[in-house]
Design a protein around this ligand. Structure first.
Ligand SMILES: [Zn+2]
Length: 323
């Protein structure tokens, strides 16, 4: 019997769902609007509707062993959502109960980035690797931890908040309440803010092509633009890259000394810049962790793109209910 899982990725705009087999082959990829503005109960109704649609496309629910959901925020052991401030009314929703009333499946859920880590572990840059850590460098920084091939969720589903490791005492204020979180420096937002600061300081004293371009229209700056100038070896853009990667290396050093994983995977939109980030971070990591641990660890770029959320949600079902 082919075992199947349903993976659901809950985003602010769209709900994505897929039917997945154990090899990671997906089918019936379906998108419907999340309609987050209508509140938590309505979002859960839409999730249940999407599950129903996937089951009817598959034609039967008999081989489906469970449904996995990746969501913003955290999910406690009983399926209660916490955090998720950008989805009004979603916090406090009991996901498992609502779905169990309608279907005979087992249900599991976790933070969306944590779930995407499972996709990389099973089907992407972490295939076959026993212990790994994933940093997703997007608007913020999310993370996930896999230990002995299994997703580590933490007691209340809050493990893997790697973006809020403090890398500078009394550093830049983070919207989580702490100061100096790594996501203030090495996320797309952090990189843009560093660029604005350095270019404004450079001003007319050091008008490199990057400084001129940034100061012409600061609202147009993106992390991609920064790395386009890094490719041209612009000294001020290089400086932004060095600071961002140094800060990221501090957080990675802490995770390495804590977990001694086989591999660290860097993903998210910022990693479109590619190898230059791997190379720069690799230069700084030895300052922040034991050399023996670093020597035994690879630092690599994530392989899966925007579908890592649904794939990981399905993978989590096999991870928890699989064999
Ligand atoms: Zn923070």
């Amino acid at each position: 019997m082919e075992k199947l899982a349903i993976g659901i990725d809950l985003g602010g705009t769209n709900l994505k769902g897929i039917i997945l087999n154990e090899k990671g082959e997906g089918r019936h990829l379906t998108r419907i609007p999340t309609e987050a503005q209508k509140g938590g109960a309505h979002v859960l109704k839409n999730i249940i509707h999407l599950i129903g649609e996937l089951v009817s496309k598959e034609g039967s629910e008999k081989n489906i062993i469970g449904v996995g959901i990746g969501t913003p925020g955290f999910v406690d052991e009983d399926g209660t959502v916490s955090g998720a401030e950008n989805l009004p009314g979603w916090k406090g929703t009991r996901i498992y109960d609502g779905i169990a009333e309608k279907f005979d499946f087992k249900v599991t859920a976790a933070n969306d980035v944590t779930v995407a880590t499972m996709a990389e572990a099973k089907y992407g840059a972490g295939r076959g690797v026993r212990n790994l850590v994933c940093y997703a460098l997007g608007t913020g920084i999310g993370g996930g931890i896999v230990i002995d091939h299994h997703l580590y969720k933490g007691t209340h589903g809050m493990a893997g908040e790697l973006g809020h490791i403090v890398v500078e005492t009394n550093g830049i204020q983070c919207n989580c309440g702490l100061k100096g979180c790594v996501e203030r420096y090495a996320s797309a937002t952090g990189i843009v803010n560093l660029a604005l600061k350095l270019c404004s300081e450079a001003g007319n004293n050091n008008p490199t092509p990057f400084v001129v371009e940034v100061n012409k229209d600061p609202s147009k700056v993106t992390s991609k633009m920064v790395y386009d100038f890094v490719k041209q070896n612009d000294p001020v853009a290089n400086q932004v890259n060095e600071i961002a990667c140094d800060m990221l290396a501090r957080a990675i050093g802490i995770t390495l000394n804590t977990l001694s994983p086989d591999r660290v995977i860097l993903g998210g939109g910022v990693m479109m810049a590619g190898q230059v980030i791997i190379d720069t971070v690799s230069k700084y990591v030895p300052r922040y962790c034991w050399p023996m641990i670093w020597e035994k660890c690879d630092l690599v770029i994530a392989e899966l793109g925007e579908d890592s959320g649904v794939l990981g949600a399905g993978a989590m079902v096999f991870d928890e209910f699989g064999c």
